[in-house]
Design a protein around this ligand. Structure first.
Ligand code: NAD
Length: 353
């Protein structure tokens, strides 16, 4: 197949890990007879320096014309003044809005060989393979805000349509995996959560009877994620709860350098990025772990290009290389040899032969 992929390297280690992702996509194209073409565009701090905007119009056009977008990371100390009128993260928020991506998927899988990288006991992590689906464009982060000298408020709003569409994304995903969905809310206290629960129950009963639905209050879910993480398949939740639970879930895997994400909307076009930031402390040194970005390219192949076989090939190659002991500096044990970003990428590419 032919596909146009827009690359947004961004800042810090972004360009290094996006180069790894592209190299893996090139190998997949070569091995499976596809033609992938790329357009590289500015985003984040690099875009502010060049154009004054964290998401210039040419970047927006390049993303809207593409079949998928692969982003590295944005931000860094140079642009971190909270009083600055333009900031790199504004580019990310605008990009999600422009692309209409309302579902953020974050898979967490723990390889037994890497269980030692997690702060949790290895026996708790056996079999962990879950995906958190976070609603990305509604809820309290986007509601009306007020502030006086003595009080402040943030409005949390959800519509039935917003809940239905995210529940459908999560349920379809659950149906393609182990057939279990856990919906997380705070229905004992919040009206938006009661609407969330009623809507979820209705959609699941009428449209996905084959998927087993569990409902948890967010405080209990936070606890269960640590006490029985292997029991979860797909978790669906609203924006703020998802923000918090996805960071908690990322600690199951131990290193930020391992975890991919996809942000999806109604069209096939998605935004794919590692969950880590721009890691300015290690930028430009060849120390970045490209695994999260490589795993993000697998999600890109699966969700935007519908190339399931190719997506699995990337995941199998990546897991195989990690199982065989390849480690970048963030994962290497004391005294263990650490591979550079390029050497680790080359090992994954070799495994794709
Ligand atoms: P970070 O994720 O960049 O780094 C946290 C720690 O993890 C650092 O010690 C870093 O070296 C390490 N790390 C992260 N990714 C790694 C990788 N692939 N390989 C090896 N080590 C890795 O988070 P931070 O330090 O809080 O933020 C740095 C900058 O990134 C800030 O400007 C922040 O705003 C931005 N940020 C951007 C995104 C994004 O673009 N989506 C997300 C989070 C943070």
């Amino acid at each position: 197949m032919e596909a146009l992929i827009t690359l947004l390297p961004g800042d810090g280690i972004g360009p290094e890990v996006v180069a790894s992702g592209r190299a893996v996509l090139d190998r997949i194209a070569e091995r499976h007879g596809h033609q992938f073409s790329y357009r590289e565009a500015l985003a984040g701090g690099a875009a502010i320096d060049e154009t004054g905007s964290p998401l210039p119009d040419e970047t927006i056009d390049a993303c809207l014309e593409a079949d998928a977008v692969l982003l590295g990371a944005v931000g860094g100390p140079k642009w971190s003044d909270p009083n600055a009128p333009v900031r790199p993260e504004q580019g990310l928020l605008k990009l999600r809005e422009v692309l209409g991506v309302y579902a953020n998927l974050r898979p967490v899988r723990v390889l037994p060989e890497l269980a030692g990288a997690s702060p949790l006991k290895a026996e708790r992590l056996r079999g962990v393979d879950l995906v958190v689906v976070r609603e990305l464009t509604g809820g309290i982060y986007f509601g009306e805000k007020t502030r006086t000298a003595t009080s402040a408020s943030d409005l949390c709003t959800y519509t039935v349509a917003e809940i239905e569409r995210i529940v459908r994304v999560a349920a379809r995903l659950a149906a393609s995996r182990r057939g279990r969905l856990c919906s997380v809310d705070k229905a004992n206290v919040l009206e938006t959560s009661r609407l969330w629960r009623d809507t979820t129950n209705r959609v699941m009963a009428s449209e996905f009877p084959e998927v087993r639905l569990e409902t948890l209050l967010v405080d209990a879910a936070a606890m269960h994620l640590l006490s029985r993480p292997a029991d979860f398949d797909v978790i669906v939740t609203e924006n703020m709860f998802g923000d918090i639970l996805t960071d908690e879930a990322s600690m199951l895997a131990g290193s930020l350098g391992l975890l991919p994400s996809a942000s999806l909307g109604d069209s096939k076009r998605g935004l794919y990025e590692p969950i880590h930031g721009s890691a300015p402390d290690i930028a430009g040194k060849g120390l970045a772990n490209p695994a999260a970005t490589i795993a993000s390219t697998a999600m890109l192949l699966r969700h935007s290009l519908e190339l399931d076989v190719e997506a699995s090939a990337v995941e199998v190659a990546l897991a195989g290389v990690l199982r065989a002991g390849a480690r970048t500096a963030d994962l290497a044990a004391a005294g263990e040899e650490a591979l550079s970003t390029g050497a680790f990428t080359a090992a994954v590419i070799d495994a794709l032969s």
